[in-house]
Ligand binder design. Structure first.
Ligand code: ATP
Ligand code: MG
Length: 160
């Protein structure tokens, strides 16, 4: 189907509004390229955004802002291809580099005790990985300890 990304992001943020308020966190959404529709499954992509923003709230630092940036990319070689990226950045403890390759494994959690006390099962990113694969997309984790974590999902503009 056709998915209007700004609408999808806004509905996810509405769903998570209480949790954002509990942690005194805010979200900025920027969309400089005016990214609109992509081809994909609205419910599945909602689950992706929901999981990633949930993580940004859960593992982010209180009283900080989460940034969501939508961008459009065009590559000309070897073929003309358009894609859209969604980058979600939170301030916080970050993720030590050695953990990054394993984050999307089922039940993998960086700090087991702390993660358990925060709730959840460690399945969020495994589900995200599965959905992104089905959409022929990519996911990239960047982090600096005690600074930030940024998760960037790139999806083909048209996956069909
Ligand atoms: P669930 O998503 O099932 O509620 P979870 O959040 O622990 O549980 P995932 O979403 O799969 O599971 O994330 C796996 C682990 O990756 C987390 O336990 C956490 O250690 C780490 N992680 C994920 N996102 C972030 C982030 N934004 N900042 C820091 N660590 C993160
Ligand atoms: Mg999670």
């Amino acid at each position: 189907g056709t998915v209007h990304l700004p609408t999808l992001i806004n509905s996810v943020l509405e769903t998570l509004d209480m949790r954002l308020k509990e942690r005194n966190m805010t979200v900025t959404v920027s969309n400089p390229d005016n990214v609109g529709n992509i081809t994909g499954d609205f419910d599945q992509l909602t689950q992706v955004a929901q999981n990633l923003v949930d993580n940004a709230i859960k593992y982010g630092r209180e009283n900080t802002a989460i940034d969501v940036v939508l961008k459009k990319h065009v590559s000309e070689f070897p073929i003309h291809e358009e894609s859209v990226s969604i980058a979600i950045t939170n301030r916080g403890n970050g993720i030590p580099a050695e953990h990054i390759p394993r984050l999307m494994e089922r039940f993998y959690r960086v700090d087991t005790a702390r993660s358990r006390s925060l709730g959840g099962t460690g399945l969020g990113l495994a589900i995200v990985k599965h959905i992104i694969q089905r959409h022929k997309g990519h996911i990239l984790f960047e982090s600096e300890v005690n600074e930030y974590t940024r998760v960037t999902v790139t999806l083909p503009y048209k996956s069909g």
